[in-house]
Design a protein around this ligand. Structure first.
Ligand code: RB5
Length: 156
């Protein structure tokens, strides 16, 4: 599984925490889900410091990297996760879910087949964010009636 990460300055610190955990998972080679998928690529496309930048640019770039097929999943982080998720969802084919709980992460995979996850660096503590990420990676899309709805989203 290839994962791309992006943030603005408000999400910089949390993105680094998440990157650290993902790199550990990549190094140990443990499967992240029941399908046996392992992380084989992690790329951080910025921002690379806490200097003020514009979240729309980073949300768009991350979503484009996923929708193009270059990466399987994207994780975007800004102060609240709101602005960067709005930006990501402007890219056709992106299904970016802002999650503040493990339950939301599970449901957005099961029902929305979310290919991007948004988190708030100033609103979600790192330990919870890590659990959200792990659950989001571990949970499969259910398909069935949800596929029809995802197809409707992708037609918009
Ligand atoms: C930047 O100050 C802040 O507006 C941004 O990180 C994010 O929270 C926007 O939704």
């Amino acid at each position: 599984m290839k994962i791309v990460l992006a943030s603005d300055h408000g999400g910089f610190e949390l993105k680094n925490e998440i990157k650290k955990i993902l790199e550990e998972l990549e190094k140990t080679g443990v499967p992240v889900n029941e399908a046996g998928e392992k992380i084989d690529k992690i790329e951080d496309i910025g921002a690379y410091s806490e200097d003020s930048v514009d979240y729309p640019e980073y949300g768009r770039k991350c979503a484009e990297a996923v929708v193009s097929g270059q990466f399987d999943r994207g994780i975007v982080v800004c102060g609240t996760g709101i602005g960067i998720s709005i930006a990501a969802n402007k890219v056709h084919g992106a299904r970016c879910a802002l999650c503040t709980s493990v339950h939301m992460a599970e449901m957005t995979r099961r029902h929305n087949d979310a290919n991007l996850l948004a988190l708030g660096g100033r609103t979600t503590e790192a330990p919870l964010a890590v659990e959200i990420v792990k659950t989001w990676l571990a949970t499969a899309f259910e398909g069935g009636r949800h596929q029809r709805r995802v197809d409707l989203l992708d037609q918009m």
